[in-house]
Design a protein around this ligand. Structure first.
Ligand code: ATP
Ligand code: MG
Ligand code: MG
Ligand code: MG
Length: 580
């Protein structure tokens, strides 16, 4: 590619709404262009990176025996009604109507459609195992789209779905994908960690997230530096919490306080089956008198299923609870404590020595010693914790550290540490959740129908760009790992318009590299050297070759790797072997 034909558009300053390095640099390098909240145009330079990321994913998925297909972005609601997700999924699911008033959704993921395909096409045990995948546009109406492509509303995901005849075979499919993911992220040159993750409503122990290590990551990972233990902190903390909760619930009377709402009331109103495996927690507040004045702020702890969207817990929805209680929305609670919007995810509470309660969290479930304010038991909802109204905003990381860092590692090797990560991939054993809901069966050797065992496996294609930059940048710009760089090599001729020698040498080198299949760009724009170098350092091309009259006189060019402090002289004849 020649720069004069390509489209290059760099900026000196990042727009004010860009908070983190990757978002700033992608905007400045002209990789993306904002269209609306969480909506981006992928500009030519950015799209090249996306295509490389997709290429690696595709190659490794195919190598692992997965089969590519493509499912529509717009999907009929009927399938989503079969699994109940049309109603159950929160506002993150974008629902639309066509001209006939029929309901559709814009896919946030594709379990329903692939299960529909499988129940029609996979009829015999002889066709199993199968793993289908696609790389397709997704839409999630994220409450807080931010950080550019990192948390977009429209984004690209690779999602794969495995179908197996039994649990054992599904385990092999899972392991196969786990290994493929390791190869994918290694090939991309990312520093990542596979961590055990919450399995939410499905239960079991087979769910792993692939986390790219970065300070700006939204997730916290707890791991053993000396051992092999690694988990998303949500999980690490939810497990002991759940055990404690269960024990506490056992120890307490199961008779609800008269006049207070029960878990069953709450469950009914929130449409939550509270007997299911639970994940996070949300809290309810405010006891009011007849006149509607708040007389006491009370806290109820609800353990909420993993797939339940907390934003659905709207005050209006739960009015009418007995005992004058009212549920607060997460944003009301944020306002109440003067936190920044979006600060509180699922909220945890912690009691300090004096018995007052402190809000901790940021997607964290705190370990709450003997703080019993709610239990996940039908008809037994315990209340009784008061808190002050003048709490300072907590230091999230410090609070997380209080909770678990330094604890002995569960694998017996050393103590636990915490680091932050960006979730770029997720592998998940689904069991028969979808096949049972949609009656996806195959016929076994005896001609008997059996439910298919499923797994799902996602990779955030566009998020990977942000994650890679968070790990690889300096004050001058992006430093792409070779495998996903928009161009691998840039040839920068100086004074090409004045010097035939420079022009000839630059074109020849460009052509030689092209012939070898090297992804090379010739910067023939005629920019000043300073501006030209600044552009390519910002854009992050990993290898640069500068050709000038002065160098050519000695048969030399200048080579500089993007991480090198200075250029080195290379004989013109050595450039091609050097870059191969
Ligand atoms: P998160 O916890 O960040 O919201 P998720 O757990 O909801 O992600 P999954 O349903 O596991 O996401 O989807 C698979 C992958 O898709 C994620 O691992 C992530 O890389 C990517 N992804 C999810 N949401 C977004 C988004 N809003 N923007 C870009 N990529 C996303
Ligand atoms: Mg999400
Ligand atoms: Mg997640
Ligand atoms: Mg996930």
């Amino acid at each position: 590619m020649k720069a004069s034909q390509f489209f290059i558009s760099t900026l000196k300053e990042a727009p004010a709404d860009a908070e983190i390095a990757s978002h700033k640099l992608m905007m400045r390098a002209g990789m993306i262009k904002r269209l609306g909240a969480g909506l981006y145009n992928y500009m030519p330079m950015g799209l090249r990176v996306i295509r490389k990321v997709e290429g690696i994913i595709r190659a490794e998925m195919n190598r692992a025996g997965a089969v590519e297909l493509l499912m529509p972005v717009v999907q009929p609601a009927e399938l989503w009604q079969e699994t109940g997700r049309f109603e159950k999924m929160g506002p993150e699911l974008l629902r639309v109507k066509d001209r006939h008033g029929r309901d559709f959704i814009i896919q946030p993921t594709s379990e329903e459609v692939i299960t529909d395909i499988a129940r029609q096409e996979l009829r015999s045990y002889k066709q199993l195992p199968k793993n289908f995948y696609h790389i397709q546009t997704k839409f999630r109406d994220e409450r807080r789209p931010r950080f550019g492509v990192m948390r977009g509303r429209e984004f690209t995901m690779k999602d794969a779905y495995s179908f197996d005849r039994d649990v054992e075979a599904a385990g092999r499919s899972y392991e196969n994908m786990y290994q493929a993911y390791c190869r994918i992220f290694e090939r991309m040159g990312l520093q990542y960690r596979a961590v055990a993750a919450d399995t939410g409503a499905i239960g079991g122990d087979r769910s792993h997230e692939f986390q790219v290590i970065a300070e700006t990551g939204e997730d916290a990972i707890i791991y053993s530096p000396e051992g092999t233990y690694a988990a998303n902190i949500e999980l690490a903390e939810a497990l002991p919490l759940l055990a404690e909760r269960a024990a506490a619930a056992q120890a307490l009377t199961k008779t609800p306080t008269p006049g207070k709402s029960t878990c069953a009331d709450v469950a009914e109103l929130l449409k939550l089956p509270l007997t299911q495996t639970v994940k996070s927690l949300v809290l309810a507040a405010d006891e009011t008198n007849e006149a509607g004045e708040i007389i006491k702020t009370q806290v109820w702890l609800l353990l909420v299923r993993g797939d339940h969207d907390l934003n659905e817990v709207k005050a209006g929805k739960v009015e009418g609870l007995k005992g004058g209680f009212r549920f607060a929305t997460v944003s009301e609670i944020e306002q109440h404590f003067g936190c920044k919007p979006g600060y509180l995810g699922p909220i945890g509470l912690k009691r300090d020595g004096e018995g007052s309660v402190k809000v901790v969290a940021d997607r964290t479930v705190a370990r709450m010693a003997d703080f019993v304010c709610g239990a996940n038991e039908v008809d037994a909802h315990y209340t009784g914790a008061n808190w002050g109204r003048d709490l300072p905003e907590p230091d999230v990381v410090a609070d997380i550290r209080n909770v678990v860092a330094g604890d002995p590692s569960p694998d017996g090797k050393g103590t636990l540490a915490i680091q932050r990560g960006i979730e770029v991939g997720h592998v998940f054993y689904l069991g028969t959740k979808y096949s049972a809901a949609m009656n996806a069966t195959y016929l076994d050797e005896n001609g008997k129908p059996q439910l298919m065992e499923m797994g799902c496996y996602g990779i955030g294609v566009t998020r990977i760009l942000g994650a890679a930059i968070e790990q690889n940048h300096d004050e001058r710009g992006i430093i792409w790992p070779d495998a996903i760089a928009p161009f691998t090599v840039v040839v920068c001729p100086i004074g090409m318009d004045r010097s035939e020698e420079v022009k000839t040498a630059a074109h020849k080198l460009y052509q030689d590299l092209l012939d070898l299949g090297v992804d090379v760009l010739l910067d023939d724009r005629g920019e000043r050297p300073g501006a030209m170098f600044a552009d390519w350092e910002l854009i992050g091309v990993p290898h640069r070759v500068v050709i000038s009259d002065r160098g050519l006189k000695e048969g030399q060019v200048e080579y500089q790797g993007r991480r090198d402090a200075a250029a080195t002289k290379l004989a013109l004849a050595d450039v091609v072997p050097h870059l191969q």
